[in-house]
Design a protein around this ligand. Sequence first.
Ligand code: F7E
Length: 359
Amino acid sequence: MVARKTAFITGIAGQDGAFLARFLLEKGYAVHGLIRWDSYPDPLNGLQRLDTLGLVSEEIALHTGDLTDANNVTGLIRHICPDEIYNLAALSHVKVSFDTPASALDINVKGTLNVLDAVRVLGWERDVRIYQASSSEMFGSSQPPQNEQTPMEPCSPYGAAKLAAYHLAKIYRDSYGMHISNGILFNHESALRGEDFVTRKITKAVAVIEAGGAEPLTLGNLDAVRDWGHVRDYVEGMWLMLRQNVPGDYVLATGEARSVRDFVEQAFAHIGVKLKWSGRGAEETALDAKTGRLLVRVDPALFRPKEVHALLGDASKAREVLGWRPKIRFEALVADLLNADRQLLRARGEVSWPQRMAG
Ligand code: F7E
């Protein structure tokens, strides 16, 4: 009989953590997760995602702790004795990292170091496989398409912190022979994405407008181009990286570049509304082409101090070595998020439903 593997997921209460937990449970793993002390009292921001996936149960062992506390991390890893660690905990909002750069470095760099060093200090370098959540934000202003060889020029404290953590992972791999892989993931979304990320912000606003909401959708930079995939595909890629005999670094991306404006158009198209764009930059607006009602406007307060203009991933290496292929394309992704937001509105009873859009 094959022994049951144990996985430890830091950041299990986040979007990726929740999907990965479900994926690993389905594979028969014993799953342990790290949550911050404040994840409990605030279910909306804390364990809501695990709850949505039906995972707040004895199936998962949740441990309260803090990634920035080295002794705490070492103690937890010693106690859990994991075969695999997925280090997903992070301050993950790029704009927030401009406001709290020290926290971004603390959690994203020191937190990663604490995980890597705990395994080294315990002398388990050959026993534990580690997945490090690296990010396409590390490419920053590098020309697209980006792959594992592309120079990294981060544009935010978040990107710089992720790059430092990426290098630490490589240094520990090369210095101590540890099985550590960096997943360089391009944007990946789901219905569990926080509403302060652009995809959920758009689909939630469109669902509200469809149900009779009066407020237009207010956004920052509409020209930003991203490579958006679905988190379901990406957690499989994380797991596949740890199945390899030799660790490595892999880009996971769809290879499809879309602007924020494209995402907005697609979401409104899904509810049967065609947009008419006019103006540029902070003056740009979109009206309902049929009724002339203002549906989208720009607020310069949502611009970032420095923007990553275009991210488009080349995931050839993951395709060839891991056999990884994303299955969910752009239209299906937008539909998935929007339909979930429609359902959520109905369930919360926040607006009357169904209701015709006011003209
Ligand atoms: O922004 C623009 C914004 O916040 C996407 C994280 O998971 O992916 C994510 O980082 C784009 C940016 O994600 C609004 O300026 C316009 O160009 O959804 P986002 P992100 O910054 O790309 C990477 C791979 C990560 O690793 C990160 O952890 O959309 N944008 N208007 C806006 N963005 C937001 N949030 N809100 C707006 O109103």
